[in-house]
Design a protein around this ligand. Structure first.
Ligand code: SF4
Length: 322
């Protein structure tokens, strides 16, 4: 059960993001807090986090956006939903505001990009069908295992609903990428988990995925650790992996050790290629990997990982292939 409060946003909405992977693209959070309640959600450490099971929905956002678009001499090319929430949370109040805001943008000629772990309702598909060249989608999904997904993301859409969203969007001609983030070592980055997931994604026409591994912050580290231990009956725990503290990029969080990440991305790259899928690793969350690519979180068109693999195990695999 999630309690929704109504709030009023103040000040300009369409301001450039400070997130490196979004360049200067404006972003919109429809809410503070997020009903999906993902265990690993970094917004739990934010000062404006309303608390578990609470969401503040800003219902004046469409009016503010409309007024700004009229005032602005230069409209933004594209707007991203949402760096610290999800526009498709299973709450009528939130989806009403998201629908109206996206409609205002699209009708004004502004492109809409989004990342979601939610179920996309019919009315959004109908809206997107009228503007399919102006919509860019990423769907977050790390497993097909419903029990595991519910443990990690209690109120987000089931994997089958996210696959359906991918299929529905693709049928409208909307470029859809999947985002495998965060991967959990030995749980969602296993050969078995990834093979079945990538097969389903490939079958639905996904040709690009973005990936990153879980990182921990004090606000949720213990909860994540306890849940993993309970879920895996002691065979999976955050204590089992080496962590490194990052000075930047992820706000001082702890990231899985470089060697394990590099090896994991290498395996993922090979598995994805078998389904005709390119891997883009999030450079913002992996500054120590020295990548020049981006994770295309908002559908930006820039270089892919490179001509060859950056990951040793993928290289090794290619060299040994007949
Ligand atoms: S969907 Fe995104 S914003 Fe919402 S709880 Fe999960 S990680 Fe946080």
């Amino acid at each position: 059960m999630v309690a929704v409060e109504r709030g009023r946003r103040k000040g300009p909405i369409l301001t450039p993001s400070s997130l490196p992977c979004l360049g200067n693209m404006p972003t919109i959070n429809i809410t503070e807090g997020c009903a999906h309640g993902c265990l690993y959600c970094y917004t739990q450490g934010y000062s404006n986090y309303p608390g578990e099971g609470r969401v503040v929905a800003f219902d004046n956002i469409p009016a503010l956006v409309r007024a700004e678009l009229v005032r602005k001499r230069h409209k933004p090319k594209r707007v991203y939903f949402s760096p610290s929430s999800d526009a498709f949370q299973p709450l009528r109040e939130v989806q009403d505001v998201a629908y109206e805001t996206m409609s205002v943008l699209l009708e004004a000629g502004v492109e809409v990009a989004f990342l979601t772990k939610g179920k996309i309702q019919e009315r959004f598909l109908e809206l997107f069908s009228r503007f399919s060249g102006k919509v860019f989608a990423q769907v977050g999904i790390t497993t097909l295992d419903e029990r595991l997904q519910k443990a990690l993301e209690p109120r987000a859409a089931f994997p089958r609903q996210r696959l359906q969203a991918i299929e529905d969007l693709a049928q409208l001609g909307i470029p859809v990428r999947a985002r495998l983030d965060p991967l959990v070592p030995d749980l969602t980055d296993t050969q078995e988990n990834l093979t079945s997931l990538l097969a389903e994604l490939g079958r639905r026409g996904v040709r690009g995925i973005a990936a990153s591994y879980m990182f921990l912050r004090p606000a949720f580290a213990q909860r994540v650790s306890e849940t993993l231990r309970q879920f895996a009956g002691g065979s999976c725990s955050t204590d089992m992996w080496s962590w490194r503290r990052l000075a930047d990029g992820v706000g001082g969080g702890q990231m899985i050790d470089l060697v394990k990440r590099r090896e994991g991305f290498g395996r993922l790259e090979v598995l994805a290629a078998k389904h005709g899928i390119d891997l883009h690793v999030c450079a913002c969350k992996n500054p120590d990997l020295g990548l020049k690519s981006d994770c295309k979180i908002a559908g930006t068109a820039s270089s892919k990982i490179g001509d060859g693999s950056l990951f040793e195990s993928a290289d090794a695999h290619r060299k040994t292939k007949p």
